[in-house]
Write a protein that binds this ligand. Structure first.
Ligand code: FAD
Length: 281
C-alpha cells in the first residue's frame, strides 16, 4: 500500500515544530512513525505535511525529580524498558514497554506517539492512566499539564490541540508498590485483546488501595472504578469477590479477535490475577 502524497519538514526544535504545525495546512507530527505511517499507507490518514520531530534528541530520555519520573515524549519503548531509573522507580512502565509489539516496533516507537495517538489498545496509555501520570504539552501559548484522566477523550482522540507537541510524561515514583500488567493476546507479538494493569498498596493482611486500568475495553484506556472501590479495604483473601464485577462501566469492542462478552470475561479474570500477582511481589 502506498500513502497519498505529502510534504515533509524536519523540525529543528519544539518551537519550530509548533510553528510548522501552525503554518502548514493539515500538518501532523511524525515521531517513530509506527502508528501514523500504517494509517497513511491504508489511506485512513492523509496529512498534507509531516513534521518530523524524530531527531529532537532533547525530547528523549528519563530524569528523576524525586516526586516524579520525567519521561521525554520521544523516549523509545526499547529505551524505556532498559532505563535503570524506570526499572527502579516505575517498574510497571519498564516491564510493559517490553510487551509492546516486536523488537523493531520497540526500537522506533515512542511513548509520546503511543499516548498522542489515542489508540485504546495502547499498553503504555493504560499505564499512564493507571498511575495518574501527567502529560506536558507545549503550544503557541506555552506549556500546560494535563492529567492522564483528562487526556484520553475518545477513539483516537486526545486533549492535545492540533498545534501542540507532547513533550514529557510525568509518572509518580512507584518503586515500592506492588504492581502487575497482564496482556492477553493471540500471539506473543500481538496487540492486547485485553490488558489489565494493577498497582496495589497492602499492609497487615488487607488492601489499602488499588489502581486498576484496562487496555482495549472501550474507546479509551479505562480505570476499573468498581473493582478499585471494592478492593480498597478488602482482605487479601477477598480478591476474587472484589473483582467479580471488574468489567462494570466498560464498553469493549467485538472484533475478529474476541467478542465483547469474551473481553468482559477476560477483564474479570485478568483483574483478579493481576491483583494477586501484585500482592505476591
Ligand atoms: P507516530 O506513528 O509517529 O505518531 C502517532 C500519532 O501521534 C500521530 O498522530 C502523530 O502526529 C502523533 N504524535 C507523535 N508524537 C507526538 C508528540 N510528541 N506530540 C504530539 N503528537 C504526537 N503499541 C502498543 O501499545 N502495543 C502493541 O502491542 C503494539 N504493537 C504494534 C505492532 C506493530 C506491527 C506496529 C507497527 C505498532 C505497534 N504498536 C503497539 C504501536 C507502537 O507502539 C507505536 O510506536 C506507537 O503507537 C506510536 O508511536 P510512534 O512514535 O511510532 O508515533
Amino acid at each position: 500500500m502506498i500513502s497519498a502524497p505529502f510534504d515533509y519538514e524536519v523540525a529543528e526544535s519544539v518551537d519550530h515544530a509548533i510553528e510548522l504545525l501552525g503554518t502548514k495546512e493539515d500538518a501532523k507530527l511524525l515521531a517513530g512513525g509506527h502508528s501514523l505511517l500504517p494509517l497513511m499507507k491504508f489511506r485512513l490518514a492523509r496529512p498534507a505535511t509531516l513534521v518530523d520531530i524524530g531527531r529532537l534528541s532533547g525530547l528523549a530520555g528519563v530524569a528523576n525529580s524525586g516526586e516524579h519520573l520525567k519521561v521525554g515524549a520521544l523516549t523509545r519503548h526499547h529505551d524505556l524498558a532498559n532505563d535503570p531509573l524506570v526499572q527502579e522507580h516505575c517498574p510497571i512502565l519498564a516491564y510493559t514497554a517490553t510487551l509492546v509489539g516486536d523488537s523493531q516496533v520497540r526500537h522506533r516507537g515512542t511513548i509520546g506517539g503511543s499516548l498522542a495517538h489515542g489508540d485504546p489498545a495502547s499498553d503504555l496509555s493504560t499505564i499512564a492512566l493507571t498511575l495518574d501520570a501527567e502529560l506536558v504539552a507545549r503550544g503557541p501559548n506555552g506549556e500546560r499539564t494535563i492529567p492522564a484522566a483528562e487526556f484520553f477523550r475518545g477513539f483516537y482522540a486526545t486533549a492535545l490541540e492540533p498545534n501542540e507537541v507532547l513533550i514529557e510524561i510525568r509518572f509518580p515514583n512507584t518503586g515500592s508498590e506492588r504492581w502487575s500488567y497482564l496482556k492477553f493476546r493471540q500471539r506473543s507479538l500481538d496487540w492486547a485483546t485485553v490488558g489489565v494493569a494493577a498497582v496495589v498498596e497492602a499492609a497487615n493482611g488487607s488492601i489499602a488501595s488499588a489502581h486498576i486500568g484496562f487496555t482495549n475495553m472501550g474507546h479509551t484506556p479505562l480505570r476499573a472504578g468498581a473493582a478499585e472501590q471494592a478492593l480498597a479495604g478488602a482482605a487479601r483473601g477477598d480478591v476474587a469477590s472484589a473483582t467479580a464485577n471488574a468489567d462494570d462501566g466498560t464498553n469493549p469492542p467485538s472484533d475478529t479477535f474476541a467478542s465483547a462478552d469474551f473481553r468482559r470475561h477476560l477483564a474479570r479474570v485478568l483483574t483478579a490475577r493481576a491483583v494477586e500477582e501484585a500482592l505476591s511481589r
